[in-house]
Design a protein around this ligand. Structure first.
Ligand SMILES: Nc1ncnc2c1ncn2[C@@H]1O[C@H](COP(=O)(O)OP(=O)(O)O)[C@@H](O)[C@H]1O
Ligand SMILES: [Mg+2]
Length: 298
C-alpha cells in the first residue's frame, strides 16, 4: 500500500448523550471531522479548548472509541467495519501507539516501570523472550536519552513527570510505529521540561520517520512543533492549515481567542495586524471566503 497516506479521516463523528446513558440530549462530541496525514512523516496538531472533542477524536484514531459516522483509513486500510482489509489488533497496535496526558496514571505505582516496557515488547511480539524484550526496551529508551540500566527496578515515584513522559515515549517506540497519537502529552509536565519533550517528538519524526498527531490546548507548542494545525471548537475542525498561516491570518474569532492565551503573541496582536489580516484575506482567499469575511465584519 505504498503511496497511501498514513491516515485518512473522513467525515467522522461521535454522538454522546449529555448527562449519561439515561436521558440527556444526544450531541456530537466530534462532528464531521476530516483530515489527512501524508505518507511523509509529519506532525499534525489538533488544538482546542477543553471539551472541544480532542480526546474523543484521538480515541477514535486509536480505535478505542467507535465512530458513529465516517471512516478512518490507516495506510489505505479501514480501521473499522468488517471488510477483509481491516487491520487486525496486533498489526494495528504495532502501527499506532498512544502517549497519554498523565504519565502517573499511565503506569501503576505498584510495578517497576520497566515491567511495562517488557510487557509491551512481549505483547506486541517484538520480542520472544524476556531477554529480547529488555533489549528492545533498552534500544527504545536510548532513543529518548535513557537506558534500561537507569530505570531497572524503579517505580514511578522515583521519576519526575518529564522523565516519566520520556519513558512513555520510549514505550510507544518499542514496535517502531508509523503513527503516535499524543493527547496533551506535555500538559502535566513541568514548564521547564516541556520544550525538551516537544523537541524529542520532532527528533523522532526526523530520525525515525514516525508521524505524530499532537493534541494540545496550547497553540504555542503546536505552532512550534507542527507542520499542520487543525483548530477544534465544539466538535468541529473550524480551520486547518500551515501553522504560520493560521497564526498570521486566523479566520476564526475562536482561533484568535486561543492566540490571546499565548502571552507573546497575544501582546503583539494589534489593531494594525487586524487590518493587515483583513486585506491579506481579500487577496489570498477565493471569492466565497472573502465574502464570508466581509459579512463577519459588517
Ligand atoms: N464517554 C462519554 N460519554 C458522554 N460524553 C462524553 C464522553 N466522552 C466525552 N464526552 C463529552 O464529549 C465532549 C468532548 O470531550 P473530549 O473529547 O474529552 O474533549 P477534549 O479532549 O477536547 O477536552 C465533552 O462535552 C465531553 O463531556
Ligand atoms: Mg482531552
Amino acid at each position: 500500500m505504498s503511496g497511501a497516506p498514513i491516515l485518512e479521516v473522513e467525515r467522522i463523528g461521535r454522538i454522546y448523550r449529555r448527562g449519561g446513558i439515561f436521558g440527556g440530549k444526544p450531541f456530537y462530541a466530534v462532528d464531521d471531522v476530516s483530515f489527512t496525514l501524508p505518507e511523509t512523516p509529519k506532525v499534525f496538531s489538533i488544538v482546542g479548548e477543553s471539551g472541544s472533542g480532542k480526546t474523543t477524536l484521538a480515541r477514535m484514531v486509536l480505535r478505542l472509541v467507535e465512530p458513529t459516522d465516517g471512516t478512518i483509513r490507516l495506510m489505505g486500510r479501514p480501521l473499522t467495519g468488517t471488510s477483509k482489509e481491516r487491520i487486525d489488533n496486533l498489526e494495528f497496535r504495532r502501527l499506532v501507539q498512544p502517549i497519554f496526558q498523565n504519565p502517573f496514571e499511565a503506569f501503576s505505582a505498584y510495578l517497576p516501570i520497566g515491567t511495562y516496557l517488557i510487557r509491551t515488547a512481549l505483547n506486541l511480539k517484538i520480542a520472544r523472550s524476556e531477554a529480547e524484550a529488555v533489549e528492545a526496551a533498552d534500544a527504545a529508551l536510548r532513543s529518548v536519552g535513557l537506558s534500561y540500566e537507569r530505570i531497572r527496578g524503579k517505580y514511578i515515584r522515583q521519576f519526575s513527570g518529564g522523565e516519566l513522559q520520556r519513558i512513555s515515549v520510549a514505550r510507544a517506540l518499542i514496535p517502531n510505529p508509523k503513527l503516535i497519537v499524543a493527547d496533551e502529552p506535555v500538559s502535566m509536565v513541568d514548564a521547564s521540561l516541556r520544550m525538551s519533550i516537544v523537541n524529542l517528538f520532532r527528533q523522532i519524526v526526523e530520525e525515525k520517520g514516525v508521524s505524530f498527531i499532537y493534541i494540545t490546548h496550547d497553540l504555542s507548542t503546536a505552532y512550534y512543533l507542527s507542520d499542520h494545525v487543525a483548530i477544534m471548537n465544539a466538535g468541529r475542525v473550524v480551520e486547518q492549515g500551515a501553522p504560520g498561516d493560521i497564526l498570521a491570518y486566523p479566520s476564526e474569532a475562536y482561533t484568535r481567542e486561543l492566540m490571546a492565551a499565548i502571552p507573546t503573541i497575544g501582546a503583539r496582536w494589534t489593531e494594525l495586524d487586524e487590518i493587515d489580516r483583513h486585506y491579506a484575506h481579500e487577496r489570498t482567499r477565493d471569492g466565497k471566503s472573502a465574502d464570508k469575511h466581509h459579512q463577519e465584519h459588517s
